[in-house]
Design a protein around this ligand. Structure first.
Ligand SMILES: CC(C)(COP(=O)(O)OP(=O)(O)OC[C@H]1O[C@@H](n2cnc3c(N)ncnc32)[C@H](O)[C@@H]1OP(=O)(O)O)[C@@H](O)C(=O)NCCC(=O)NCCS
Length: 191
């Protein structure tokens, strides 16, 4: 009985936390600055308010840099830290997985952090697996599954993601209002 009550308490706590920090901020009706404020109240280190609706954050150990844009429906399991740099673009339904199970019969739970450095574009539906670092200025093609680190300024595509091209930095990107932004680069492919 005591065990059942403890489990019920944990489930209630999880449901309440999910309502407060996932269901409510993920709603389409919530304006983006308010959404970012709610995430900050949860303890996430967020320096951008450009986070779309429908995202799921499984923990609070998440850092999102300045002017980074997170599109709708992204999934961050966050059982290990996730760090996303400044001036990044995450397309719709990007999945960042930090937890994993060992291949032994017990399927012991493990995990490792994921890092996305400044100025990356992660295409729609891409999946980043535990422990990977995506180097600065990379483009990850739609649907790619990133299983290893990506060296900076590369276009990576496929399952598993492979570097298919290197990218050049051409000047500075315009900000949302057409001004100049300090660090992000407009990426042009080197053919
Ligand atoms: C990678 C991408 C940027 C295209 O780059 P590009 O320089 O125009 O590349 P190309 O179309 O010339 O394709 C180059 C090669 O990569 C392949 N490729 C392109 N996109 C791919 C993808 N998503 N997965 C696997 N391979 C891909 C092409 O088939 C081509 O292969 P080939 O040379 O054997 O024919 C684009 O395909 C992509 O994935 N865009 C993401 C769009 C998105 O997520 N939008 C959401 C808005 S945030």
């Amino acid at each position: 009985m005591r065990r059942a009550l403890a489990v019920a308490g944990q489930e209630l706590h999880a449901a309440w936390a999910n309502l407060l920090f996932n269901s409510i901020p993920a709603a389409m009706i919530i304006p983006r600055p308010l959404r970012a404020l709610i995430y900050r109240c949860r303890g996430m280190r967020i320096r951008s308010w450009r986070i779309g609706a429908g995202c799921f954050f499984g923990g609070a150990d998440i850092e999102i840099g300045e002017k980074t844009f997170i599109n709708v429906g992204c999934f961050f399991d966050a059982s290990a830290p996730i760090a996303i740099g400044a001036n990044c673009l995450l397309g719709p339904r990007v999945t960042i997985v930090t937890s994993s199970h060992h291949l032994d019969a017990d399927r012991t739970l493990g995990g490792a952090p994921v890092t996305i450095e400044d100025g990356c574009w992660i295409g729609a539906g891409a999946t980043l697996l535990p422990g990977v670092t995506v180097g600065a200025g990379c483009v990850i093609a739609a649907g790619a599954v990133v299983t290893h680190n990506c060296q900076p300024y590369g276009l990576y595509a496929g399952v598993p993601a492979r570097r298919i091209r290197s990218l050049d930095i051409q000047g500075e990107a315009a900000t949302e209002k057409g001004g100049r932004s300090g660090s992000v680069a407009v990426l042009r492919t080197r053919v």
